[in-house]
Write a protein that binds this ligand. Structure first.
Ligand SMILES: *[C@@H]1O[C@H](CO)[C@@H](O)[C@H](O)[C@H]1NC(C)=O
Ligand SMILES: *[C@@H]1O[C@H](CO)[C@@H](O)[C@H](O)[C@H]1NC(C)=O
Length: 606
């Protein structure tokens, strides 16, 4: 689990743990000078990251890992250098990143490692700016992605057991690793690359459905020539279950208390402590308030951890954006899909700007570490473009004339929880209501309103598969069972999958756009053009009076929007715009607003 708020009791627990740890306190030099331990200063490589007693060492020198997480897939490639440079100049020495299997193998057997998924370039850029890399290749990674980064096609096997040694799963992992791991091996430390450690899976101790699974993952990596230090990462309470022999157990900061350290000591003897996920913030979910950062608590924890010579990793240093449909959901008491922004309250904002916390940490790190802050990235101004008024539209019925089921009577329509996650119901293209996790019943109008037979249409939306938890095997989407009308199951639906891939948006939308006079009713696509005279800049889209849908710019899926909030603006990277005309297509499910607005300041909620 990546997402949690540091609750007051969590802080108390940490403090008591810290006092227990005080006995291990070292006499710290005024400023720790690790500048000789950077990628460019270590050309002659003999011994990579090692565990020596309670220290990490690099080339035999004690080494404190000060890391931050950036996900290359949540940041436009053109901005990787900028974000990594900002990480380095804040005082960090390492970047942590995860590899999302579902994006790299979107269809079974179809692999993508180019453009925004060219993680090798991301790692080389990290090395270039002087950062080491901790790499998390999964196969399960969590990180608030749809199905925790596992491809949803795995669930086409009705017997699938994700994250176990079930053959259907390991066969798929083996094929994926055969494509993935050779791209990683040449970037390991001893080959001159920046990777100093590789994390196995993610928080397996909290899942733990198969005792042999972690051994299988370790073998799968080692057999493919992963030779750097291996890590596991777990919550304090699960650290014993997640741990495997000869792999360093590290911590995600939740429920940390004395017993955690005793457990760690028992498991692996004296060892360095690495907080693989340190965060005081979390992502936001639709319909709830924004979660806030308490810098005071965060700074106090970090200072204590550094004093005690904990290595640590900020999750996130820079969150970025859940572009497209990459965002997942959490299911605690109820199902909560994550919003499009993955700002996370991180040290850099979603669009890469500095925050006051960034400068506070830069100042703090430069007081305890020798930091090269001379590297500064240039400021990236944003634009508030003139509003775009959509000129054309296409209704969903125009492009899917056969999405239908004929019925001949009204009555009570029941989903019996077979709708995942949210369905709009229409009778003869007229909106009737929504079926979702909290409402599984609708009344269809009685017959006399209509002809002898009419068309029942159900538009089902996948709002994101759960990102962690014991129930990930059942995260199937769409209509997962019968829909009932007056207690009899309705059969013979024609089902159309509206995947809304860029290809579909660019080529398959038939050339049937109709001029807008006063049409605003969804579900429909609305088309407009943003004209830009000069070099495009970053901007934020504001959809006042629109309800819910997806935004595409020049064929790029920017992600979901929803008037429910808390998110009120949507990040549009300038590098995805071009001078001249830019095509904007908004798929609106309910009712379109009159215009698409742009602003230069983000509003992510209160
Ligand atoms: C840090 O160490 C490097 C060489 O290891 C040295 O050149 C540099 O002057 C040191 N910096 C400070 C501020 O002590
Ligand atoms: C760990 O590093 C500290 C600080 O450099 C050093 O004083 C200590 O001796 C090291 N401990 C071990 C076991 O190497």
């Amino acid at each position: 689990m990546w997402a949690f708020l540091v609750r007051p009791e969590g802080i108390l627990c940490l403090s008591s743990a810290l006092s227990v740890m005080a006995q291990l306190k070292y006499n710290f030099p005024p400023r720790l000078n690790q500048t000789h331990l950077t990628p460019s200063n270590l050309k002659n490589r003999v011994e990579g990251l090692k565990v020596k007693g309670s220290n990490f060492t690099l080339e035999g020198f004690p080494f404190l890992i000060v890391a931050g997480t950036i996900h290359y897939f949540r940041v436009p490639r053109e901005y990787w250098y900028d974000r990594l440079l900002k990480l380095k100049s804040c005082g960090f020495n390492t970047v942590t990143t995860h590899i999302p299997w579902n994006l790299h193998e979107p269809l079974k057997g179809q692999f993508i490692f180019t453009k925004n998924l060219d993680f090798m370039s991301f790692l080389l850029t990290a090395s270039e700016v002087g950062l080491w890399v901790i790499l998390c290749p999964g196969p399960y990674i969590g990180v608030d992605l749809d199905l925790g980064g596992l491809p949803s096609w795995l669930l086409q096997d009705p017997k699938m057991k994700l994250r176990t040694t079930y053959r259907g799963f390991t066969n798929a992992v083996d094929i994926y690793f055969d494509h993935l791991i050779p791209r990683i091996t040449s970037l390991q430390y001893h080959k001159g690359g920046p990777i100093i450690a590789v994390q196995l899976e993610n928080e397996y101790g909290s899942y733990y459905k198969d005792k042999g699974y972690m051994r299988y993952i370790k073998k799968a990596l080692v057999a493919r020539k992963i030779q750097v230090l291996l890590l596991t990462a777990d919550d304090g309470q699960d650290v014993t279950k997640g741990h495997i022999k000869n792999v360093l157990a590290t911590l995600h900061m939740k429920n940390i208390h004395k017993e955690t350290y005793q457990k760690l000591l028992l498991l692996q003897g004296p060892s360095p402590i690495l907080m693989t996920v340190y965060t005081a913030k979390s992502f936001d979910t639709w319909g709830l308030l924004r979660r806030n950062l308490d810098l005071h608590l965060l700074m106090k924890d970090v200072q204590e951890m550094i004093k005690l010579r904990f290595s640590l990793n900020f999750y996130m240093f820079h969150g970025g954006t859940n572009f497209g449909f990459m965002g997942g959901a959490v299911e605690t008491q109820k199902y909560e899909p994550v919003v499009t922004s993955y700002d996370y309250g991180a040290l850099l904002t979603e669009d890469g700007d500095y925050t006051p916390e960034y400068f506070a940490f830069q100042e703090y790190f430069s007081s305890v570490l020798v930091v090269s802050t001379h590297l500064q990235s240039k400021h990236n101004p944003k634009a508030a473009y003139k509003s775009v008024i959509p000129t054309h539209y296409l209704t969903l019925w125009d492009i899917l004339p056969y999405l239908e089921k004929s019925i001949s009577a009204g009555g009570i329509l029941m989903s019996k929880r077979n709708v995942h996650d949210r369905a709009q119901v229409f009778v003869d293209e007229k909106y009737i209501g929504v079926l979702d996790q909290s409402n599984d019943q609708l009344t269809l109008p009685a017959k006399n309103h209509y002809k002898n037979s009419w068309t029942l249409s159900i538009l089902v939306e996948n709002q994101g598969r759960i990102t962690y938890g014991l129930n990930i095997n059942s995260a199937r989407k769409g209509l997962t069972g019968n829909i009932y009308l007056n207690n009899s199951p309705l059969k013979k639906f024609k089902i159309f999958s509206l995947e809304m891939k860029p290809k579909f948006i660019q080529r398959n939308l038939p050339n049937l756009w109709k001029p807008i006079h006063d049409h605003s009713v969804g579900p429909a696509f609305f088309l407009g053009f943003l004209r830009i005279a000069n070099k495009p800049r970053d901007t934020l889209i504001k959809l006042e009076h629109w309800t819910k849908g997806v935004i595409f710019i020049n064929g790029q899926n920017l992600g979901r929007y929803w008037s429910l909030g808390p998110q009120g603006t949507y990040y549009l990277p300038g590098v995805w715009l071009q001078p001249g005309n830019n095509e904007i297509i908004v798929f609106e499910e309910v009712k379109a607003g009159p215009e698409i607005k742009f602003t230069d300041s983000a509003h992510l909620g209160f």
